[in-house]
Ligand binder design. Structure first.
Ligand SMILES: Cc1cc2nc3c(=O)[nH]c(=O)nc-3n(C[C@H](O)[C@H](O)[C@H](O)COP(=O)(O)O)c2cc1C
Length: 178
């Protein structure tokens, strides 16, 4: 799969087939994440791959989203925000989610390449996830990703913003190039 196809066909999926997927494919997608740009080449993200059924159900409770419990695998993405703040003061706070987002997008494209689907889940009670997975307090939980094979492969990617509404030239609000 080429890059354009991975970018344009990636879409969020909530419902997964019952067939268990090869966890090594998920590891391959996580391997792509570590090539994302990082402030000062500091690696502050950790990915946790979860397969334990009971813990997956607990993640559904922690996120208050039932579909999360349907997945056979979940990936939790965490950031050591404090490490970036130590190096960059307040800027570190901005860098942490930017860096996590870059890593996550690599990961999502890696999943798409392996024909796996996921849904970015950003709504959850972090204290519960910290407790269940013994995640150190200093680590921020960025998002969780239930992963599987899409059950309904025919659904199309969502309509996206048109480029002309997305891009300005030279200054904010200018829609045409000179
Ligand atoms: C930061 C962030 C948080 C999100 N949190 C949730 C969530 O908690 N639950 C959910 O169902 N979808 C969540 N989504 C998925 C979005 O709803 C989805 O990406 C959006 O509708 C666009 O669809 P697409 O991913 O198919 O392009 C989140 C996405 C992002 C980027």
């Amino acid at each position: 799969m080429n890059l354009k196809e991975a970018i344009t066909t990636r879409k969020s999926v909530k419902h997964f087939s019952y067939k268990k997927v090869d966890w090594k494919k998920i590891v391959r997608a996580i391997d792509y994440a570590r090539f994302a740009p990082t402030a000062g080449n500091k690696f502050v993200n950790k990915f946790i791959l979860v397969s334990d059924e009971k813990k997956i159900k607990e993640l559904a409770t922690a996120s208050q989203q039932e579909f999360v419990g349907e997945a056979k695998y979940i990936v939790i993405v965490t950031s050591d925000e404090k490490k970036l703040i130590q190096s960059y003061d307040d800027r570190g706070k901005r860098y942490a989610p930017q860096q996590a987002g870059a890593a996550i997008q690599n990961f999502l494209l890696g999943l798409t390449e392996q024909k796996l689907s996921t849904m970015w889940v950003g709504h959850f009670y972090p204290e519960q996830i910290h407790r269940i997975f013994k995640i150190p307090e200093k680590m921020k939980i960025e998002a969780i990703f239930p992963i599987g094979k899409a059950r309904n492969i025919r659904t199309k990617p969502k309509l996206k913003e048109k480029l002309e509404n997305y891009l300005y030239f030279e200054k904010y609000g200018k829609s045409k190039m000179n």
